[in-house]
Design a binder for this molecule. Structure first.
Ligand SMILES: Cc1ncc(COP(=O)(O)O)c(C=O)c1O
Length: 395
């Protein structure tokens, strides 16, 4: 069903425009139909017994989810992709596929907080032990590997503080010990980093963010290589956590423009990040594409772009003032919305809570504010941030 116009030698925007569906399969309509389905009919008793037809039941997939999954396969270079109802579900599913009672799991300490909640909540209850590791660990992860370590979960850049990881070095060690490697690749999207080309077995996306792109869809995708795909698919069919048809369609629609949106997110975020490096009131800017950032060399080596989310550390020496200054900053903003998630067309700001960190400790200079730079005009966004900084200074 993949469109013949989309050979891998085409540019990324060409591929984004054409991968995933074949209009000729749908009477020439450019977009695939939104198939709402539980029941799929079989022509006769023999076929229902053999299940020998492309679609058998709604939870296993439809032409709509297939179109999205095939587009993700083309972008990730994966053997198979499944779409699930949220980014968090996309993290849960491969953990369920790879881990059993008595297994050990390694998770980066700068991980998305709900991933940590899953580990010390449900996974601990199921008899799976998690050890958190330093994002800068690289090949030294060898020291943490145990005979029962079955999965090493990575996320680069890290949530909220954007630490980079040496993914190929970690993958080499994990594989030598027979463990799989998963990666939350939401920040980079497959346009700026292709995990499977760097040794990762399972690439996870909160497609809620840049792929869907408009803050109106919750969806996740999990793309696996040949090694990890059979267990992932089996677990997907056992758990029934399939993405809804309208959300799958909206995400495929979002993918078509993801390249041009990301160009803009990247350019504006970098411009704002660079400006903020020398603005009074900002102690540090946490953005992997800045030369001043500790993980910059890894970002430059492995990634081919940066997206629209980074953090600033406000310059507030007095620890007792962190909360008040962060609130003053946020309350003065007029364009940035205050809210979670990111990857949509509009700018957002939140003060981040890093109290769950045990190794990748929070910056000491002041509160950390995460900024999602949307598609608005940069001078307007900078003026808004300066409004926030002035309010924080006056508070
Ligand atoms: C890095 C990362 N991964 C996963 C998720 C979860 O995505 P969702 O909100 O679709 O569950 C988020 C959400 O903010 C995220 O920031």
């Amino acid at each position: 069903m993949t469109n013949s116009k989309t050979g891998s030698n085409h540019g990324v925007n060409t591929r984004l425009a054409h991968t995933g569906n074949d209009p000729r399969s749908f009477y020439g309509f450019v977009n695939p139909p939104v198939v709402h389905a539980s029941t799929v009919l079989f022509p006769d008793a023999e076929t229902i017994e053999s299940r020998n037809q492309p679609y058998t039941y709604g939870t296993y997939g439809t032409p709509t989810t297939d179109a999205l999954n095939k587009a993700m396969d083309a972008l990730e270079g994966s053997a198979g992709t499944v779409a699930v109802p949220s980014g968090l579900a996309a993290i849960t599913l491969p953990f369920m596929a790879a881990l059993s009672a008595g297994d050990h799991l390694l998770v980066v300490d700068s991980v998305y907080t709900p991933t940590r909640n899953l580990c010390h909540g449900m996974l601990a209850r199921f008899g799976i032990e998690t050890t958190y590791y330093d994002p800068a660990i690289g090949a030294d992860i060898e020291k943490l590997m145990r005979p029962n370590t079955k999965l090493v979960h990575t996320e680069a850049p890290g949530s909220n503080t954007f630490e980079m990881q040496d993914i190929p070095a970690i993958a080499e060690v994990a594989h030598a010990h027979g463990a799989l490697v998963s990666m939350d690749n939401t920040w980079a999207t497959p346009l700026f980093f292709k995990p499977l080309d760097h040794g990762v077995d399972i690439s996870i996306h909160a497609a809620t963010k840049y792929p869907a792109g408009h803050s109106d869809v919750l969806i996740g995708t999990v793309s696996a290589n040949e090694t990890a795909w059979p267990a992932l698919w089996k677990t997907f069919t056992m758990m029934g956590i399939c993405a809804a048809p309208d959300d799958s369609y909206m995400t495929l629609r979002g993918l078509r423009t993801m390249g041009v949106r990301l160009e803009r997110h990247q350019k504006s975020a970098l411009e704002i990040a660079k400006t903020l490096e020398s603005v009074p009131g900002v102690a540090r800017v946490l953005h992997p594409a800045l030369e001043s950032f500790p993980g910059h060399a890894l970002w430059k080596r492995d990634f081919c772009g940066s997206s629209g989310i980074f953090s600033i550390v406000l310059d507030v020496a007095d620890g007792s003032q962190h909360r008040a200054k962060a609130h003053a900053f946020l309350n003065a903003l007029e364009i940035f919305g205050l809210g979670y998630s990111w990857g949509g067309y509009e700018s957002l700001a939140v003060a981040v809570n890093l109290s769950d960190r045990t190794i990748a400790l929070p910056p000491k200079e002041g509160p950390v504010i995460r900024l999602q730079i949307g598609l608005e005009d940069c001078p307007d966004l900078l003026a808004d941030i300066e409004r926030g900084l002035a309010a924080a200074a006056a508070a």
